[in-house]
Design a protein around this ligand. Structure first.
Ligand SMILES: C[S@@+](CC[C@H](N)C(=O)[O-])C[C@H]1O[C@@H](n2cnc3c(N)ncnc32)[C@H](O)[C@@H]1O
Length: 280
């Protein structure tokens, strides 16, 4: 506990949180994540949006953390949150799971540097907020979703559509940008995704995420060397050389599928990392 306190006291966002005159509730593991993600935006002319602000405390925390130049916007379903506009915050009332609400306010809000989702934490709320607002995030900006542990709890939506399952699809779709693939869908709206305990952050950089990768080579000297990449799984190595030699197998579909099945069986049998799967 003492150790936790020392770690917390070294966090700038934690200090701002403790100094807030109104109530805010955050998990203690979040503060160093905020520091790490948000530090570079301090004392800048940025637009920061937080979804879920009813008690008001976090609005004051962000104002203190980012400084007076920041435009701080709060969104909540509860009408009562409107009162925070008296303190210089911009407040919008509506539901984050309502696409029409976002449609209505996204032009008024305009481009955003950081959107932090600390609303109701259901999968629909998290996913619809992401889908509705990701195109409003500036290049170099962030969309950060908090309390993603709800994906492992009941009462937040259907289990096949958890927020973390949505992120797993995103991970797959980011990798579809690889130049050798010709996928139906590539994720180009975000450049990267970073995972912390209970927080997932998406970084937006359109020029980087629109690169269709191609192989490059430098002009260094090259020797004729053997590629050892597959030599630690003999079955893959054998398969690769057989596949090259017997490429015409492909025409004989049944024969080829037997060949593939044998190869995949042998590759799995010799796969050393099996023990690192299924830890939970
Ligand atoms: C966890 S609290 C927010 C805490 C606050 N960010 C803080 O740090 O103290 C969740 C907030 O989300 C709001 N909320 C719940 N469902 C919502 C929805 N569908 N749309 C917008 N806000 C919602 C609630 O009214 C509540 O104020």
């Amino acid at each position: 506990m003492k150790e936790n306190e020392n770690i917390l006291n070294s966090s700038e966002s934690y200090k701002a949180y403790m100094d807030s005159p109104y109530m805010s509730m955050k998990h203690d593991s979040y503060f160093h994540v905020y520091d790490y993600l948000f530090r570079k935006y301090k004392n800048k002319n940025i637009t920061f949006v937080e979804v879920g602000i009813l008690q008001g405390g976090s609005l004051f925390m962000w104002r203190k953390f980012f400084g007076p130049k920041a435009r701080i916007i709060g969104i909540d379903l509860n009408e009562k949150a409107k009162k925070w506009s008296e303190y210089g915050f911009e407040i919008y009332i509506g539901s984050q799971s309502d696409e029409a609400f976002w449609q209505e306010i996204r032009h008024e809000i305009g481009p955003i540097d950081i959107l932090l989702d600390d609303g109701g934490h259901t999968y629909d709320q998290q996913i619809i907020t992401f889908e509705s607002m990701i195109d409003n995030i500036n290049d170099g900006g962030l969309l950060v979703v908090e309390d993603t542990h709800t994906s492992y709890m009941s009462g937040f939506g259907p289990k096949q559509f958890t927020f973390t399952n949505f992120c797993k699809e995103m991970l797959d779709n980011i990798n579809q940008r690889f130049g050798g693939f010709n996928a139906r869908y590539e994720e180009k709206r975000i450049w990267s995704m970073e995972v912390f305990e209970s927080i997932i952050a998406f970084k937006v950089d359109r020029s980087l995420s629109n690169i269709k990768s191609t192989a490059t080579e430098n002009n260094g000297l090259s020797e004729d060397v053997h590629e050892y990449r597959y030599s630690d799984n003999v079955s893959i190595e054998i398969f690769k050389s057989l596949a090259k030699k017997f490429y015409y197998f492909k025409k004989y579909r049944i024969l080829y599928s037997i060949f593939i099945k044998i190869q995949s069986h042998l590759a799995t049998r010799n796969f050393k990392s099996k023990k690192f799967f299924g830890r939970n």
